[in-house]
Write a protein that binds this ligand. Structure first.
Ligand SMILES: C[S@@+](CC[C@H](N)C(=O)[O-])C[C@H]1O[C@@H](n2cnc3c(N)ncnc32)[C@H](O)[C@@H]1O
Length: 197
């Protein structure tokens, strides 16, 4: 194939998910940190688990750039980053049945009732999440906003697609600034679940 041909857009592939596994040095389980913020959890987790690949998804460019810089500096080879809106990424870019674990820690709570439909943990997103998970794939959710917590748990249980598992608790080193701030000020709701089949 010459250079011109390799650059040509192929219409059949325009709507294909991204072959994310090919972007890593080796094929191994893939975990996603959705809304990874300053990346403290992601960087620590990836360092401690070199046998797992990690994808951080975050919409703020500065945060993504900071994580990238730190990952390069520390020679952490099992992290890739997407600067993209989380729902869009999970819906269109992440391949079906491709992820073993998804972390959703302290997503924007949209506390006003009229804004609640903007929350990421809604019925539509949960179907998308289910499709992207491998069999028995896990999701770990945490929020400091208890109304959001209870609504999300109700939505998760209402799908009939998941089973509750022991809540995930990050180690001391994995705690982000957000988590430390919330821990000091309010109760945190944690809920973990896995795909039934
Ligand atoms: C409160 S912070 C929590 C960050 C991190 N998960 C933690 O526990 O420290 C929420 C993060 O999610 C990002 N975010 C919010 N909505 C998002 C979306 N729809 N898609 C991607 N990132 C999003 C924000 O930019 C922010 O960095």
């Amino acid at each position: 194939m010459n250079r011109k041909e390799t650059r040509r857009a192929i219409p059949d592939q325009w709507l294909e998910p991204v072959p994310i596994h090919d972007w890593f040095d080796s094929i191994q389980n893939l975990e996603i940190d959705l809304g990874c913020g300053n990346g403290r959890f992601l960087l620590e987790r990836a360092t401690q688990h070199p046998g797992i690949n990690f994808l951080g998804i975050e919409r703020q460019l500065k945060r993504v750039a900071k994580i990238d810089h730190r990952a390069i500096k520390r020679n952490i080879r099992n992290i890739r980053l997407w600067r993209v809106e989380g729902d869009y990424a999970m819906r269109y870019l992440v391949p079906k049945h491709s992820i073993s674990t998804c972390y959703i820690f302290f997503p924007d709570p949209w506390p006003k009732k009229k804004h609640a439909p903007k929350r990421i943990m809604n019925a539509g997103f949960l179907k998308v999440l289910h499709r992207s998970l491998q069999s028995r794939g896990q999701v770990h959710f945490a929020t400091d906003h208890l109304p959001y917590f209870f609504d999300a748990v109700q939505a998760i249980q209402g799908t009939g697609l998941f089973e509750e598992i022991t809540p995930f608790c990050p180690t001391e080193a994995e705690r982000t600034d957000f988590e430390l701030h919330f821990l000091a000020h309010k109760p945190i709701g944690r809920y973990s679940f896995h795909k039934k089949t």
